[in-house]
Design a protein around this ligand. Structure first.
Ligand code: MG
Length: 163
């Protein structure tokens, strides 16, 4: 059995007039994340972790932000496609751990819904998915409320015969 780990990171700017979507869940807030897609930094970090584990490039390669077809794209839909891409290459997600860095809003009330949304999208058990949130004690761009970042690690398994 081939066992691999991948890592991903992403950050987007907070701005008025956008919905705040994290891990596929819309969170009521006065600002949202700015980006070509729905700018779900948490799912972007997770997708890069999955692609990284499988050594299949990154989301910029698969879903370029210069491509009009990804304008306003649902990152949950893209996550489904990344999961399918892994499956085509003989890999399945074993577990994932996502850490969202935001000074506000408080994300604790939404963590369970995020976890269930990600688990359903990836077709894995919710106990294989961990979502965490932290502040930076008002330090840095997240702490000043300029943006939200996210880190993710993901382990995947493969049953492919070693070549
Ligand atoms: Mg991004």
């Amino acid at each position: 059995m081939d066992f691999r780990i991948g890592f991903g990171y992403d950050a987007h700017r907070l701005t008025e007039g956008r919905a705040l979507i994290l891990c596929g869940v819309e969170i009521p807030y006065e600002k949202g994340l700015l980006g070509h897609s729905d700018a779900d930094a948490a799912l972007h970090a997770l997708m890069d972790a999955m692609l990284g584990a499988a050594a299949l490039g990154d989301i910029g390669k698969h879903f370029p932000d210069t491509d009009e077809k990804y304008r306003g794209a649902s990152s949950a839909e893209l996550l489904k496609r990344v999961n399918a891409l892994l499956a085509e290459n003989g890999f399945a997600v074993n577990n994932a751990d996502v850490c969202i860095v935001a000074q506000s809003p408080k994300l604790a009330p939404y963590i369970d819904e995020m976890k269930n949304t990600v688990a359903q999208t990836l077709n894995v058990s919710p106990d294989a998915i961990s979502i965490k949130a932290t502040t930076t004690e008002k330090m840095g761009f997240e702490g000043r409320g300029e943006g939200i970042s996210a880190y993710a690690v993901c382990s995947i398994v493969s049953n492919k015969e070693k070549k």
